[in-house]
Design a protein around this ligand. Sequence first.
Ligand code: ZN
Length: 148
Amino acid sequence: MHKKACRAAGCTAPLHLAELCATHYNEHEERARLRDTAVSTLHSGLIDGDMVGDESLRHGLDALCRKWQTACFVVQMEQGTAPMPLDEADFAVEWCITLAEDIVKAQRQLSNGMPAAQLHLPNHDWVWERFRNLEAGLRSNGTPRSIG
Ligand SMILES: [Zn+2]
């Protein structure tokens, strides 16, 4: 069976590509591009090839890059550490990408002239709360880890 309408919820627009209408396909592509940029930012510490000018944003990114490296190392080695248990590391990789997407968007807003005081990183607080819980020896959600 061939689906005739866009697979986005509630959308009846005609298909364009990848089972999506033109609008939803463009949104999908935009999200994929942002994610790619966020991942390369986590690897390089650069956004769109440039250093982050704003000091507070740069420090936040540096700290996030260190978490990213730890989480990636744990996933690759399949060996957890006290502040980055193996069963949390796959999730931690995703938290890093989510917050890096915020940082990429914020850097672009700065480049477009937005004052730094107006920047908002919607995922900053919950991501760092999870990392703080892990560092404190808890599960990322703040509950005790079972000793086993
Ligand atoms: Zn659509």
